[in-house]
Every structure is written in structure tokens, then in C-alpha cells.
Design a binder for this molecule. Structure first.
Ligand SMILES: C[S@@+](CC[C@H](N)C(=O)[O-])C[C@H]1O[C@@H](n2cnc3c(N)ncnc32)[C@H](O)[C@@H]1O
Length: 212
């Protein structure tokens, strides 16, 4: 997501002043760190099995003086319920989309929230794009599936072109040969991205439990 979208999401979830935030598949935990900065009393727990991501998260947290409010683990085992649970682009950490939505529910304290970010088809994909990403719902099917799993959708935010461009070009920038000169790998990645731009959708859904 772009910086502005992240700021808006952080402001919205922080307005409820969560005291504890769980980030499932946190990567280097940028969203979690921004929420902790906005909620001075909160503690955060990140889950990721990639030690290099957690190390990068720790370095970033240290620079922002947030390290003492953070803990990390490689699995969800023995995880307690939290006021806010993030699962953004990470449902596969748990399993299928519906398995993730079922498993996240008891991890959200009554009255708390989940932010669930997931893919959907915005337009009919080309056959090879469909092959790469597999079957995905359309947005309204996705929302129905989530409501059927006993969640209330409080807010939805569909990724804009600007969000996607920031994410995809930023991702490929890691393969820059030198500033401004990209590798063949990055060039191929960007060409593939342009074929799915406006076709593959991503939505961040803020969810509350239907039982409270
Ligand atoms: C697409 S990234 C999303 C990162 C982050 N939520 C974000 O929005 O930037 C998915 C993350 O899940 C982690 N992951 C994948 N499978 C996992 C597993 N089985 N257990 C723990 N972490 C996992 C990956 O290492 C990766 O950092």
C-alpha cells in the first residue's frame, strides 16, 4: 500500500486505542510498527517464519524506539487473543482463506478488530494470469463469504493503482543492479505486473466479530 493508504488505515484502527496488536505473517512489520507509534500504550506481537524479516523488523523498531513493546515468534502456537489482529497478504500462514478467517476469530478479543487484506479478481484475468494466481472470488463474493463466517465488515479499502504501483515497483526495486538500472529479473517482474494491473485486486477489510 502507499504511504497515504497506510497512514489512513493506521489512523482508523488506532482511534480504538488497541492495547495489544498481533500481526500474522508480519514480514518486516511496517504496519505493526506504525500502529505502535500511534498507540503509545500498546504492545505488538509479530509472527513470521523468516528470520531475516524479523531481524529487519527489529532493526526498524530499534531505530523508532519501539523494540521494548515488541515480541516475535515463528508460529501462532499458544497465541493469546489481542485487541487488534492484522493478517495482510498472509492468510496462507494459516491455510485457505476460510481457514484463516475461522482461526483468526478466537484471536480477536470481544470488541476487538481484525484487518484482513486479501486478493480478489477485479476483472476477468488472462488465462496465464489466472494460472499464476488461481481461483479467486470477485469482491462481492468475498464479502459474502466473510459475512457467512460470522464477521461484520466495518470498513473496506480497495487498493488503488497508486497502492499497487508503490508496492510492485518497490518490490522489484530490490533487484536493481544499481540505482535507476534494473536487472532482467526486475524488468520481467514489472512486465508481468502490468498485465495484471487493474485485474488483480487487493482489499483491506476491517472486521469485527458478529458476537461482540
Ligand atoms: C506477502 S508477505 C506479507 C507481509 C506483511 N503482512 C505485509 O503486508 O507487508 C507474507 C509473510 O508471511 C510469512 N509467512 C509465510 N508462510 C508462513 C508460515 N507458515 N509461518 C509464518 N510466516 C509465514 C512470509 O515470510 C512473509 O513475510
Amino acid at each position: 500500500m502507499s504511504g497515504e493508504t497506510a497512514d489512513r488505515l493506521v489512523a482508523e484502527v488506532s482511534a480504538h486505542q488497541p492495547s495489544s496488536v498481533l500481526d500474522i505473517g508480519c514480514g518486516w512489520a511496517e504496519l505493526l510498527l506504525r500502529i505502535l507509534r500511534a498507540c503509545p500504550g500498546a504492545v505488538g506481537h509479530g509472527i513470521d517464519h523468516e528470520h531475516r524479516h524479523i531481524e529487519r523488523a527489529r532493526q526498524n523498531a530499534k531505530q523508532r524506539s519501539l523494540l521494548d513493546r515488541l515480541s516475535f515468534a515463528t508460529t501462532l502456537a499458544d497465541c493469546e487473543p489481542h485487541d487488534l489482529v492484522l493478517c495482510v497478504g498472509s492468510e496462507h500462514v494459516i491455510g485457505s482463506r476460510s481457514e484463516a478467517l475461522r482461526s483468526i476469530r478466537p484471536l480477536v478479543r470481544p470488541g476487538g478488530r481484525a484487518v484482513f487484506g486479501t486478493l480478489f479478481w477485479q476483472e476477468q484475468p488472462l488465462p496465464h494470469v489466472l494460472e499464476d494466481f488461481g481461483e479467486l472470488p470477485e469482491l462481492e463474493q468475498l464479502i459474502s463469504q466473510i459475512v457467512d463466517l460470522d464477521w461484520i465488515v466495518e470498513r473496506r479499502s480497495v487498493a488503488s493503482f497508486s497502492d499497487w504501483d508503490t508496492f510492485e515497483y518497490g518490490f522489484a526495486a530490490d533487484w536493481e543492479v544499481e540505482p535507476g538500472r534494473i536487472s532482467d529479473q526486475a524488468a520481467k517482474y514489472r512486465a508481468a505486473y502490468l498485465e495484471r494491473r487493474g485485474v488483480l485486486g487487493f482489499v483491506n477489510l476491517t472486521l469485527t466479530r458478529s458476537d461482540g
